[in-house]
Write a protein that binds this ligand. Structure first.
Ligand SMILES: *Cc1c(COP(=O)(O)O)cnc(C)c1O
Length: 413
């Protein structure tokens, strides 16, 4: 082995070292680094809501402090996992809880738990399901992109529509009955009946309520009504770390889910690692969320929407409509419609101009009503809401200006 001094001397001779220093010419001693500027990545105004592609939600300062303070101390991970889980379970009045690396990971680990239980041999063998349960029953209207996170367990999804079909589909290899919380009104079997059927047949239920906070009451509602497993994203309404989530439910299933993941190496879920910083920051974010003045939050969100709507008032052909999505992302939003013919603007063009301006603005990526532009209120500061309003005014006024100047309107082409 080369002596340490030789190694350091070699390193100092590398051109790379100088390159790194030169990468931040404007940095003065003691000044905070602007990482995004160094990387050439633009911060955005998030008018979309809590989307993973827009980095979720922003953490409160208490959670940020928790991240930083845990980053500089060692602990036994399992001991911390136990303690954080117990605290979350007591806060939410459920049997047991664990922090996962998001709701999608919770879906996978919860499903694995229902298949393997706490049997070490099955856990090691998973996802080879020979001789194990391998079917998950779901209502047809509840199929959703994230059910992929259940299917990663190698199970087959069995679609049903009525209670009779569900009962007929249950057999000894049924691992789980899966429910998508926001699809409550779309399926023929509602939550209470779904839970009752599962109890009757002794098959566990899992309710995916990832984006369904607020209202805060949902955090306790579904475990209390008898769902065996429930998940919420950490980095949506709860404003915890974006790569964290909560898995709540039955003690034996949470224990089985824990056995199927990190730090246990020979497991299916070893890649769904959560370290101490995010575990504690998730707990702290949850505590902060439960303490918040939810009515005040609501008034602030509504103020953002009112501000944008009143700034757009009077623009010819432009109209706005406040709305609140049902169940998931249940907070004030604003829908904007305009006269496409008069303005020559398609929805895609309005969205492009929002995204490509400075600063970039991201509206709801797939509007609830196609052909409109929709703005979420809860990720905006009042200052950002004003910028969004000003940009929208500019966009809706621009094509008319182009026409008056007699220039070809390339936008509508
Ligand atoms: C966002 C979401 C997920 C995934 O949550 P992550 O915490 O990002 O893993 C799963 N299910 C539903 C219904 C969601 O809305």
């Amino acid at each position: 082995m080369p002596a340490r001094r030789t190694f350091l001397r070699t390193l100092s001779g590398l051109p790379l070292a100088g390159g790194l220093v030169n990468a931040q010419p404007e940095r003065r001693a003691g000044a905070a680094r602007n990482y995004l500027r160094e990387l050439g990545v633009k911060p955005i105004i998030n008018a979309a809501g809590h989307y993973t592609m827009f980095t979720g939600s922003l953490m409160p300062p208490e959670a940020v402090r928790a991240l930083a303070s845990l980053a500089v101390v060692y602990v036994r991970l399992d001991e911390l996992h136990d303690a954080v889980g117990a605290r979350i379970a007591s806060l939410l009045g459920c049997e047991a809880a664990m922090v996962t690396s998001g709701a999608a990971a919770a879906l996978a680990l919860g499903t694995a738990a229902c298949i393997t239980g706490t049997d070490p041999e099955k856990i090691r063998r998973f996802p080879d399901l020979t001789g194990m349960k391998n079917e998950v029953i779901i209502q047809k209207a509840h199929r959703f992109p994230y059910d992929h996170s259940v299917r990663v367990c190698g199970v087959r999804l069995v679609e049903v529509e009525t209670a009779e079909e569900l009962e007929a589909a249950i057999h000894p290899r049924t691992a789980l009955l899966l429910f998508l919380n926001k699809a409550e009104r779309l399926g023929r079997i509602r939550r209470t009946e779904f839970v009752a059927l599962s109890k009757k047949h002794g098959v566990p239920t899992f309710n995916d309520a990832a984006a369904d906070v607020p209202p805060a009451g949902n955090l306790t509602e579904y475990t209390r009504m008898g769902f065996d497993l429930v998940t919420f994203s950490g980095g949506k309404g709860l404003r915890g770390p974006q790569s964290a989530g909560l898995l709540l439910g039955r003690k034996d299933l949470i224990r089985a889910a824990r056995m199927n993941t990190s730090p246990n190496s020979d497991t299916f879920g070893r890649g769904f690692k959560v370290n101490k910083e995010e575990m504690v920051a998730m707990l702290v974010a949850l505590e902060q969320y439960l303490k918040r003045d939810h009515d005040a939050d609501w008034r602030n969100w509504q103020r953002n929407i009112t501000l944008i709507a009143s700034d757009l008032k009077g623009l010819p052909g432009v109209s706005t409509e406040p709305f609140i999505p049902e169940i998931a992302n249940e907070v004030p939003h604003l829908r904007i419609r305009w006269d496409g013919e008069a303005t020559g603007l398609t929805a895609a063009e309005v969205m492009r101009r929002l995204r490509e301006g400075t600063p970039p603005i991201e509206p709801v990526p797939e509007p609830y009503v196609p052909g409109t532009v929709e703005i979420a209120s809860w990720t905006l500061t009042p200052r950002e809401a004003r910028i969004v309003a000003a940009r929208l005014r500019e966009i809706f006024l621009a094509p008319r200006r182009l026409e008056r100047a007699g220039r070809p309107d390339r936008i509508s082409a």
